[in-house]
Design a protein around this ligand. Structure first.
Ligand code: GDP
Length: 432
């Protein structure tokens, strides 16, 4: 989905405008200048077009250096966006801070829609026209408070957003798409460099996707793979406040475009919440997965023993993903990644026939029937695999199914059919 960044200095009504666009009261509206809150993204929809809104929130304010801070934040937000909604307070006119953002916008060459907010009535329209002088095209006079003008504004936003890329694996074929993901400094770019060696086959920017993704075609063991958004790996993101948020947004987008994720974890350090979050992101996106424990050269026996315990404790939920212990530095086991990636992709594509599935469900029902709580016996009546990539099953059930029992069935499904390296999705349809 294309990304729209909403930028502007504090107190111009960004959050309120975001609320307006979302048609709900989710974003907290803060009337105090200088209130910092986390950047948030929302799924939005206008006339059937879906996009993601990133609300950059109120930026920290100390009068000193304010314009510079705002420009820096705007730069991050704009870099991650396909189009920008720049919000100005028409009743105040443009300030130094606004000008600072305009300079960033010009440099970025991203499509910009200019919203002149707080035009609560006709009389204020004139103030809005004054904003033509920003050189950003037509200012759209809106009142986020009353909703005035928001339809026209949204039409302009939609026109500015690139068409969603027609990129689904089923249709595109071509090289398999791999995303190398992981928290900062785990060795993602080192791994990419190791894998590419001397090869340098950069694929053109993919139209309609965010953040100017640059993919790289890499040959591994005689087969060509497409590594997603390698610019994001090779470019060092500078340490500005909020950069982690954008790194995470980028990770999310790389995962979305990939078929298989190589999640890199630093074996020399304790597994962290951030590692688990990235594993979860890949699983929830329904992608095939390989876990690479990197920096193996830095681990001693004691660390390895401890890591095993950490994995048993924290990474158990992802035990279905193949793991490879590597060193991007020395090259240890890097050649084993291809095999793991191929195995995961195969698991991800697995199809089970309805006959096989129902034979299995019959065996389960006979050997381990659903526990009976009160009266009626809950049952799985039959099932079918609705799709693969990842394997997705629809189970038709009667009675109140116990989630614990379903998890048990899922586990047995895996034992029976494999699905190595792939999440498995089970959906229920109640039949009475
Ligand atoms: P990224 O942020 O995940 O892309 O991480 P980098 O690839 O930039 O690596 C972060 C740091 O870890 C760099 O100083 C690398 O040289 C170092 N590094 C990466 N992989 C390894 C490894 O396997 N062993 C060792 N000892 N250092 C590594």
């Amino acid at each position: 989905k294309p990304v729209l960044a909403v930028v502007g200095r504090p107190n111009v009504g960004k959050s309120q405008l975001v609320n307006r666009i979302l048609g709900r009261r989710e974003a907290v509206v803060q009337d105090l200048p200088g209130v910092t809150r986390d950047r948030v993204s929302y799924d939005a929809n206008w006339n059937g077009r879906e996009f993601v809104i990133v609300d950059t929130g109120g930026w920290a304010s100390d009068a000193e250096g304010m314009a510079a801070q705002i420009a820096e934040q705007a730069e991050l937000a704009i870099g991650a966006a396909d189009a920008v909604l720049f919000v100005v307070d028409a009743t105040v006119g443009t300030t130094d801070e606004d000008e600072a953002v305009v300079r960033v916008l010009r440099r970025s060459k991203k499509p910009v829609v200019l919203a002149a907010n707080k035009v609560d009535d006709q009389r204020l329209e004139a103030e809005a026209s004054g904003l033509w002088n920003l050189g950003l095209g037509e200012p759209f006079a809106v009142s986020a408070l009353h909703g005035r003008g928001s339809g026209d504004l949204l039409d302009a936003v939609i026109a500015a957003l690139p068409e969603a890329p027609a990129e689904t694996f089923e249709e595109t074929g071509g090289p398999r798409r791999i995303a190398i993901v992981g928290k900062p400094n785990v060795g993602k770019s080192s791994l990419l460099n190791k894998l590419t060696g001397q090869q340098r086959s950069v694929v053109d920017n993919v139209a309609g996707t965010t953040v100017d993704p640059v993919d790289e075609l890499v040959e591994l063991g005689g087969e060509v793979y497409r590594f997603i958004d390698t610019a994001g790996l090779r470019r060092r993101v500078k340490e500005a406040s909020g950069h982690e948020y954008y790194a995470s947004l980028r990770t999310q987008q790389a995962i979305e475009r990939a078929e298989v994720c190589v999640v890199v974890i630093d074996a020399a350090e304790s597994i962290s919440d951030q590692d688990l979050k990235i594993l979860t992101m890949a699983e929830e996106a329904g992608k095939a997965m390989v876990v690479a424990y990197n920096k193996w050269d830095l681990t001693d026996d004691e660390r390895r023993r401890y890591l095993t315990r950490e994995i048993e404790r924290d990474v158990q939920a992802f035990a279905w993903a193949p793991t490879v212990n590597i060193s991007a530095l020395t090259g240890r086991n890097v050649d084993k990644l291809k095999k793991a990636i191929d195995a995961s992709l195969a698991g991800w594509e697995t199809r089970v026939t309805t006959g096989q599935l129902n034979a299995f469900l019959g065996r389960i029902a006979a050997a381990h029937p659903h526990p009976v709580r009160s009266g009626k016996q809950p049952r799985i009546l039959f099932g079918t695999q609705a799709q693969n990539c990842p394997p997705t099953f629809v189970l038709f059930t009667s009675g109140q199914m116990d989630p614990q029992y379903l998890r048990f069935v899922e586990r047995r499904l895996r034992e029976e059919f494999g699905f190595v390296g792939s999440p498995v999705v089970v959906q229920l349809r109640a039949r009475e």
